[in-house]
Design a protein around this ligand. Structure first.
Ligand SMILES: Cc1cc2nc3c(=O)[nH]c(=O)nc-3n(C[C@H](O)[C@H](O)[C@H](O)COP(=O)(O)OP(=O)(O)OC[C@H]3O[C@@H](n4cnc5c(N)ncnc54)[C@H](O)[C@@H]3O)c2cc1C
Length: 391
């Protein structure tokens, strides 16, 4: 690995981007296998390579395994990776969510223990929030944790847990208050995935990947020091994590969608004829959506650069993500069909067309991180101040 000396001293606006670009040019960028298990293994190695070069620790102090410097630099590194068509590190949940939540709400011991392996990719994390009957209405979750002398014993089930079968640790929301205590009775617990009584069962997506799963907790113990935010104090931690998943994620997703759009146009549009006016109009509409998302990405990026946080307004970002992502891959699907590259009749496996896989996966973007309908309700009630039903 070529190590860039003193990454933290590079000027974020003028020097960091070019330094990442020249490092990438001198580095073997791995091919990402379609098979999910193989993909995870390759991306683990790639994360280690990025970390060793100094790119992943920006904004984190050295005592937590970081390289110092400005947190905003992480967004620049991500954008450069995407523009260079290089893969992102494996542990996006750890890097983009857990590490930042621990910086804000974790104890000193938790930061020292958990941040270095998150940054290096040695420990993959998953997020155990949703339950079979409690997704949108997360505050009613039923997985229970009973406090003992030295920790908590957890009983219940989570579902749609991304990377559950690869993860070493899970951030689990559990009810420690009375039943019916809603968000006042929830604790945020860090749980080792190899705990006795814990079982992760993979679920298959329509794209063929086993990217997420169900997690069952049968009297699973986690130690007292693994609570974040205090007893029954998990809700502000949860809201902060969801705001990151909805807000800062837009900056990364915008860069990815721009690259995808360029590829779709160059691969699929040459067959367009003068008669394809409807398709041309559709391309224009998607371009306009991307331009709007680009403006939002700049706004979110500069907020992060100033050390700000989006809070409930992150629901605007989440709606931008799902609307634009679905429009981009709907377009890919229509153009690929038009150019005869793709038809449902000749698709023998989902792996056979990248655009079909992307189209299918994009259905999930109006569900994960909170559905589009829920984001609209949050905006109506908490940003615009409109009355709730019947109020
Ligand atoms: C690819 C993917 C990855 C995921 N990864 C994770 C993960 O790692 N960890 C995790 O904890 N969860 C994860 N999830 C789960 C995700 O957060 C939930 O699916 C989501 O919050 C919706 O919950 P639900 O599936 O229970 O749907 P429900 O809450 O049952 O909703 C069903 C439908 O009803 C609508 N609806 C529900 N309530 C209302 C309301 N009050 N007003 C209007 N409409 C409403 C919803 O918008 C939706 O259309 C993932 C989901 C996907 C698709």
């Amino acid at each position: 690995v070529k190590v860039v000396s003193d990454v933290a001293s590079l000027d974020v606006e003028t020097e960091l981007g070019p330094a990442v670009r020249s490092w990438l040019k001198a580095t073997d960028i791995p091919e990402v296998p379609i098979d999910f298990d193989q993909r995870v293994a390759v991306l683990r190695d790639w994360q280690r390579c990025l970390y060793d070069a100094g790119w992943l620790g920006l904004g984190y102090p050295e005592k937590y395994g970081g390289s110092g410097g400005e947190a905003y630099g992480r967004l620049i590194v991500t954008r450069e990776l995407i523009n260079a068509r290089a893969p992102l590190p494996v542990s996006v949940i750890g890097l983009e969510l857990i590490a930042q939540v621990l910086m804000k709400f974790g104890s000193e011991e938790q930061r020292v223990r958990f941040l270095p392996p998150i940054l290096r990719g040695d420990e993959i994390w998953c997020q155990g929030f949703s339950e079979p009957e409690h997704g949108s209405d997360l505050a009613t979750l039923e997985t229970k944790a009973v406090q003992t002398d030295d920790g908590f014993v957890i009983q219940g089930q989570k579902i749609w847990t991304t990377h559950a079968q690869f993860a070493s640790w899970c951030a689990v929301l559990a009810r420690t208050g009375e039943p019916g205590s809603r968000h006042h009775g929830i604790s945020f617990l860090l749980v080792p995935m190899d705990s006795p009584g814990l079982e992760a069962r993979p679920l298959r997506l329509i794209s063929g990947d086993e990217e997420f799963g169900e997690v069952f907790f049968n009297e699973v113990f986690t130690a007292s020091e693994n609570i974040v935010g205090g007893l029954n104090g998990g809700w502000p931690v949860t809201m902060a994590m969801l705001a990151l998943e909805r807000g800062a994620y837009l900056v990364r997703r915008h860069a990815e969608l721009e690259v995808a759009f360029d590829e779709i146009i160059s691969e699929c549009s040459p067959s367009l004829s003068r008669e394809s006016l409807d398709l041309v109009r559709r391309i224009g509409e998607v371009r306009a959506l991307l331009d709007a998302m680009s403006a939002k990405a700049s706004e979110v990026g500069s907020l992060i650069a100033r050390g700000g946080e989006e809070g409930v307004a992150s629901s605007i970002a989440k709606l931008f993500i799902s609307r634009t992502e679905q429009a981009v891959f709907d377009l890919a699907f229509v153009l690929a069909e038009h150019s005869k590259e793709l038809s449902w009749a000749n698709v023998d496996s989902f792996a056979s067309s990248r655009w079909l896989r992307e189209y299918l996966y994009s259905r999930a973007s109006s569900v994960y991180g909170g559905t589009a309908q829920i984001q609209k309700s949050i905006l109506a009630q908490r940003v615009l101040g409109l009355p709730r039903d019947g109020a």
